[in-house]
Design a protein around this ligand. Structure first.
Ligand code: FAQ
Length: 311
């Protein structure tokens, strides 16, 4: 690389300025961003499925309208993120192929089943809560289009988290059976939610470089800790027990101590062997194939418009 270009890139990063699509950037920086942004986009799109399954079974019109809005927001997030990846030279059709062929990852969390309507609430509370912890710092990520996409995404995630918590509050005011459903969902989602932040820092091969480039602003363990500290008082308020006997306030650190997630489970789920990996990807593949006629029609329409404009 031209040393002057590298120098300018380094100075931009050091000065907390933004790298923009037309700026020179090292190949590794571009590749890392495409990897992370594509995985993030895929997560939003696959992430529509666990809750989407409950749209036809929502307990009231109000809950149905809320859930519709949330799942549509996730589709929107996926689309902003694919657009951000395109500014780096990635091709959207190619990214989708990689996802449905299992060559590109998406978040482990979306491979778990949703057993009851309480799961919709707990996903909002935990999964969107974890997404907020992870993504608020990404609003200061060094790559402009990614950072700007995160601003709107985070605002919508806050609404998602609140709707989940409000749903759970309502269920906790209900019957014993409803309270048991909430506790059961909390028990099943707690550890997988902690795994969303990625492997522990010592086993996170990408972290050091991504942090030096200011793509990531905090380590996986730091963000996991923030999530625990944020969630514990919310659990108390709600009246549920987080399923970790080692969870307690550490006066000296001013933070919570907590147990160790089963990292072998995370590795299994990431490598494709989670409870619903096959079903999630198959559903995405079917949706993509069923949508072929829409893409063909849109392409034919665009070609006609272009021909007309050229006349
Ligand atoms: N699942 O070296 P690191 C949402 C992979 S929120 C699957 O630490 P890195 C909102 C990692 O890719 C969820 N794979 O990697 C929503 C890497 O593999 P590679 C999406 C994981 O990138 C809510 C390898 O392990 N959010 O969608 C996971 O520095 C409700 C080694 O890991 C984002 O994507 C995992 N949990 O840090 C939607 C946020 N953890 O690529 C619907 C942006 C790690 O080398 C409903 N991404 N891996 O083959 C990030 O912040 C980072 O990419 C991390 C991983 C923190 C996820």
């Amino acid at each position: 690389a031209d040393p002057l270009l590298q120098e300018r890139f380094d100075a931009t990063i050091a000065g907390n300025q933004r790298i923009e699509p037309r700026d020179w950037m090292p190949d590794g920086y571009r590749k890392t961003l495409i990897r992370q942004i594509a995985q993030h986009a895929h997560s939003e799109i696959i992430g529509m499925q666990p809750e989407g399954e409950w749209i036809t079974r929502a307990p009231s019109l109000r809950r149905k309208a809320i859930l519709f809005a949330k799942v549509q927001d996730e589709a929107g997030h996926g689309l902003y993120l694919y657009s951000a990846a395109e500014t780096l030279g990635a091709d959207r059709a190619d990214l989708t192929e990689r996802l449905i062929e299992g060559r590109q990852k998406y978040s482990s969390i979306f491979n778990y089943p949703t057993a009851s309507y309480a799961d919709v609430g707990v996903i909002g509370w935990f999964v969107d809560g974890a997404a907020i912890c992870n993504q608020v710092p990404l609003c200061r990520s060094s790559y402009g289009p990614y950072a700007r996409a995160m601003v709107r995404v985070c605002k919508e995630e806050s609404f998602h988290q609140r709707q989940g918590y409000e749903l759970l509050m309502t269920m906790m005011r209900g019957t014993d059976a409803q309270r048991a459903m909430v506790q059961d969902a909390v028990d099943r989602w707690w550890w997988p939610s902690l795994m969303m932040f990625g492997p522990p820092d010592g086993d996170s091969p990408n972290s050091a470089r991504s942090m030096a480039w200011k793509i990531k602003r905090h380590s996986n363990d730091e963000l996991r800790q923030r999530f625990v500290d944020m969630t514990v008082p919310q659990a108390e308020r709600l009246g549920v027990v987080l399923p970790d006997p080692e969870l307690r306030w550490n006066e000296e650190r001013g933070r919570h101590d907590f147990g160790t997630p089963d990292w072998s489970e995370l590795q299994r789920v990431i490598s494709g062997d989670g409870p619903l990996n096959t079903e999630r990807v198959a559903r995405r593949r079917t949706a993509h194939e069923d949508g072929a006629w829409v893409r063909e029609a849109a392409t034919a329409h665009a070609a006609k418009q272009a021909a007309r404009a050229g006349q």
